[in-house]
Every structure is written in structure tokens, then in C-alpha cells.
Design a protein around this ligand. Structure first.
Ligand SMILES: [Fe+2]
Ligand SMILES: [Fe+2]
Length: 274
């Protein structure tokens, strides 16, 4: 048996187009499916939050663990199921006593993978400092597995890079940014062990504004009056993320590749590019 596995991480899934694209993309990989798939689902249900139905739907299409972010609380029903959703991770740096969990250790085919979700603090809501909380979580997970992935859900690139450099020194396997929905082209490996990208991007409609409709998005800016945002649905969709090759004995990332694929709907046919 080989010691190498592949772990795919997908950026924020936005609404129905995002769920459709992810489901069809994973199905299209057939025998080349990665060993483990993580995706950020904070926008999966109509652009805001995650319903129980969509949580189950995303797991059924082959995703092994879902991370989230500041939009995790947007659907009220999250409070009905988050405590029993063992494959859903919410940001770890909410105050003590917050429902759900900030990290999880997911077991698949005899392998354990630790997944942590954390919120940055620049231009973000008020949350606890992530540094000590993350150190403790990494140390706890290390007692069970060397493979540790962190989804840092943050606005500021500098904050994400600092966190990546700091936790790469602790031997973390991968630190992948989410939240801006715009994929950066800076994928790299820190400390010969930690795969990194400032932002993985998003999965959803590629023709709108970070997954939402242009008309309502621009009206907000033109009028300064709050406008309900709608999910864009042009039929042109993108899959954004990264895939890393990991040595499961050491937990080190050996290669990282950016994913930027177009998944378009055209008269019942799926057209894939990228
Ligand atoms: Fe998002
Ligand atoms: Fe977000």
C-alpha cells in the first residue's frame, strides 16, 4: 500500500449552481477521485448558510468534510442539527459554548484526517484570537494523526499568509484560504510540508459577482440601500480549489495543484474546460 494520498479542497460552494457544479465535477473524476474531499459550504443554501438537506446532499455526492465561515448561522435550522452533524466544522474561534465544533477528525479507509476551520479578524465580525486556540487544536489532533488541514476563512491576505507561515512551522499539512471567493494564484508549500493558497476561490456561477447576481449586487452599491442578493444562475459555473498530495506517515504535503475548471450547462450537456 502506498503512503501517499490526495486531498482535494474546494472553495465556498455558492447556491444551487455551486452544488450542481460540485456534484457533477466529483462524478466526472470517476476512478481519479481524490482520497479525501473537503469543501467550504457556508454559502451552499441559496447563497447564505447551510440547510440540513443540502448538508446531506453534499456528503452524498462524495464530500467527506464540510467547513464553513461567517455565514454558517444564516439559516436558522443550523441550530437544530449542527451538534449532530459530525462532518460539519464551524469556525473554532467563536466564544466558548458556541454550538457545533471547530475541528473534527474524520476517519476514512482507515486514515484519520484532522480538519480545522478558523475565522480571521481583519474586516470580520468579533471573534476570539485564533492563535492559541489553533495551537491547542493542532496539538490535540497530532495525538491522533499527522494529517491536519486548516481552512482559514478571512478577508486579509496578510493575515492568511502569517497564519500559514506560523502553522507550517508546527507541521500542519495544508492551510487553505476561503471567504473572498476570488481564487489567488499563489499556491505553494511552506516549510516543505504545508500546502498553501491565500484563497481557494468559489464553486458556483462564474458570470455574476462572487457567485451572486450582478444586478442586485450593483444596485446595492449605486443606491446605498440594502438589497436582497440573489444567487446568479447563468448556466456557466466554475469549480475552484486545490489538490494536494500528502504523505500520510509524516503528514507532509509533497505537491499542490490549483483547480480552476469551468462546468457549463448547455442543452442538458455538461461542458467541462480547464
Ligand atoms: Fe463565502
Ligand atoms: Fe465568508
Amino acid at each position: 500500500m502506498t503512503n501517499k494520498i490526495t486531498v482535494m479542497f474546494l472553495g465556498d460552494i455558492v447556491g444551487r449552481p455551486g452544488r450542481w457544479a460540485v456534484k457533477n465535477y466529483i462524478a466526472s473524476l470517476k476512478e481519479n477521485k481524490p482520497d479525501f474531499i473537503i469543501a467550504n459550504a457556508e454559502n451552499a443554501s441559496h447563497g447564505f448558510g447551510l440547510t440540513r438537506k443540502n448538508y446531506n446532499e453534499l456528503l452524498e455526492c462524495g464530500i467527506d468534510c464540510l467547513t464553513s465561515g461567517n455565514h454558517i448561522w444564516d439559516k436558522r435550522e443550523i441550530f437544530e442539527y449542527i451538534d449532530e452533524a459530525d462532518k460539519l466544522i464551524r469556525p473554532i474561534n467563536y466564544p466558548g459554548g458556541t454550538r457545533g465544533k471547530g475541528y473534527g477528525i474524520i476517519e476514512k479507509n482507515g486514515l484519520k484526517i484532522g480538519v480545522i476551520n478558523v475565522l480571521g479578524r481583519t474586516f470580520m465580525g468579533l471573534v476570539d484570537s485564533p492563535w492559541e486556540i489553533l495551537q491547542n487544536a493542532v496539538n490535540e489532533i497530532k495525538e491522533e494523526t499527522p494529517v491536519i488541514i486548516i481552512d482559514i476563512h478571512a478577508e486579509a491576505s496578510a493575515e492568511k499568509i502569517c497564519m500559514a507561515k506560523y502553522f507550517a512551522k508546527m507541521g500542519v499539512t495544508g492551510i487553505f484560504g476561503t471567504h473572498t471567493h476570488v481564487q489567488t494564484a499563489d499556491e505553494r508549500i511552506y516549510e516543505n510540508c504545508c500546502g498553501y493558497i491565500t484563497d481557494a476561490g468559489f464553486c458556483g456561477d462564474s458570470e455574476g459577482v462572487i457567485g451572486m447576481e450582478y444586478e442586485t449586487s450593483v444596485k446595492r452599491l449605486l443606491t446605498s440601500i440594502p438589497e436582497r442578493l440573489e444567487v446568479a444562475a447563468s448556466g456557466k459555473n466554475q469549480i475552484n480549489g486545490v489538490i494536494v498530495t500528502v504523505d500520510v506517515l509524516t503528514g507532509k504535503t509533497e505537491a499542490i495543484k490549483r483547480i480552476n475548471v469551468q462546468m457549463n450547462v448547455s442543452e442538458e450537456n455538461i461542458i467541462m474546460k480547464g
